[in-house]
Design a binder for this molecule. Structure first.
Ligand code: GYE
Length: 337
C-alpha cells in the first residue's frame, strides 16, 4: 500500500514538473489552474463567489479569458460555492502560495478585515471585483471594479415611475414585492436602497414585502409562491436578478397569472442575460436593468498598470444600460451570455 502511495506521489510530482497538471487540490478545496509553468508568469489567485447565476458564470468566463498563459498569467481559480469561509480559506492559500495578485468578489461586505490584513502584510495587492467590502482600513485593498448598484436600483424605480405615469396610474395604489439578492451583498444593498429612494417619493407605492431569494431560480420560485399565497393582489415584482425572475415567472405562470406588457403584473428584472432579454423582447418581462459581468478585461488592465508601477484609480465603474421591448432587438444577437 505504502509503495503504491509513494508511486502515485512520484507520478504527481513528475506531472507537475512537466507542467501537465491542470488542477490541484489544497486543503480540500479545488483550485483550477492553467497547465503551464508559473515561474515566468504573473500569478493571479481569483476567489469567485460561486456559480449561483447565469451572470456569475459569464463573470467567471470573463476572468478565464482575461488571465491566460498567452497573455502572461498563471491563473489560480477557486469557486467558494457561496460560502464566505471558503473564500477566506482560498485567500489564505493564495497568500501562502505567494501569488502576485489576489482578485476576489466578496460574497457579503463584512468580515474581511483580518484576512485582508494578512494579504497586506504579505505584500500582495488585492483587487475587488463586482462586490465591495466594508472594512475600517481602505488601504486593505488596492482597487475595485464593478457596477453602480445604487444607480441600477434607482434606474429601476425611475423606469417604473415613468411607466406608471404613462398608464395614468399616479394616484392608484401600487402593490410591490421585491425579491432581493443575497443578504449583505453589495448588489442587493445597492439595488434595494436605490429603488427605495424612488419609492419613498411616491405615497401610492406600497412595498408589501422584500424577501431574500439568494439570487437563484429555485429560491425565486419558492419565495414568489409564498408571496402569492399571502397577497391577493400584486401589481409589480421587482426581482434583483434574472435567475430569481425566471423562478418568479414560473410561479406566476403556474397560477395563470400573466406578466409583462400585456399582463397583470409588471416585472422589473436586473442583469440582462440573453434568456431574460428574449423575454423582454416577447413582452413577458417589462424592463431589465443591465449589470455587466465582463469585468475580467478591466481587472486585467488594472493589473497591467500595477505591473508597470503606475497608480490606479480606487474605483472603476463598468458601463451599463436599460433594456425594454422598444430597444432590446438591436442588442439581442450580440449577447454572448
Ligand atoms: O446580479 C447576480 C449574481 O453581484 C452583480 O450576483 C452580482 C450579482 C448578480 O449572482 O446574478
Amino acid at each position: 500500500m505504502r509503495k503504491i502511495k509513494s508511486f502515485l506521489l512520484l507520478l504527481l510530482a513528475a506531472l507537475a514538473l512537466t507542467g501537465c497538471v491542470g488542477q490541484f487540490e489544497v486543503g480540500g478545496e479545488q483550485e483550477e489552474s492553467a497547465g503551464t509553468d508559473e515561474a515566468d508568469l504573473v500569478v493571479v489567485g481569483v476567489s469567485q463567489v460561486g456559480s449561483e447565476s447565469v451572470w456569475r458564470t459569464a463573470n467567471t468566463v470573463s476572468i478565464q479569458k482575461a488571465f491566460t498563459n498567452e497573455k502572461g498569467y498563471f491563473l489560480l481559480f477557486s469557486n467558494a460555492r457561496q460560502k464566505q469561509e471558503n473564500q477566506i480559506k482560498a485567500i489564505r492559500r493564495f497568500i501562502s502560495r505567494q501569488v502576485d495578485y489576489i482578485v476576489f468578489s466578496p460574497i457579503t461586505e463584512t468580515g474581511w478585515d483580518v484576512v485582508l490584513q494578512e494579504a497586506k502584510d504579505a505584500g500582495i495587492p488585492v483587487i475587488l471585483m463586482d462586490r465591495q467590502v466594508d472594512v475600517e482600513d481602505e488601504t486593505l485593498y488596492t482597487a475595485w471594479v464593478g457596477s453602480d448598484f445604487h444607480m441600477e436600483g434607482e434606474n429601476a424605480g425611475k423606469w417604473l415611475e415613468e411607466y406608471l405615469a404613462g398608464q395614468g396610474r399616479q394616484e392608484e395604489e401600487i402593490r410591490i414585492v421585491v425579491l432581493q439578492g443575497t443578504e449583505g451583498a453589495t448588489a442587493a444593498i445597492g439595488r434595494t436602497e436605490g429603488f427605495q429612494k424612488v419609492a419613498d417619493a411616491h405615497e401610492n407605492w406600497v412595498i408589501l414585502e422584500q424577501v431574500d431569494a439568494e439570487y437563484t431560480t429555485a429560491k425565486g420560485r419558492e419565495v414568489m409562491e409564498s408571496l402569492l399565497d399571502k397577497y391577493d393582489e400584486i401589481d409589480v415584482v421587482v426581482s434583483q436578478n434574472d435567475d430569481m425572475t425566471f423562478g418568479a415567472l414560473d410561479a406566476m405562470n403556474r397560477r395563470g397569472i400573466t406578466t409583462g406588457v400585456e399582463g397583470d403584473v409588471i416585472v422589473v428584472s436586473f442583469d440582462a442575460v440573453k434568456a431574460a432579454l428574449k423575454l423582454v423582447e416577447q413582452g413577458v418581462i417589462n424592463v431589465d436593468i443591465e449589470c455587466n459581468p465582463n469585468q475580467g478585461e478591466w481587472v486585467e488592465k488594472l493589473i497591467q498598470a500595477l505591473e508597470r508601477g503606475e497608480e490606479v484609480e480606487k474605483t472603476f465603474y463598468i458601463k451599463e444600460q436599460i433594456f425594454t421591448p422598444e430597444n432590446v432587438g438591436e442588442y439581442l444577437d450580440d449577447r454572448e451570455y
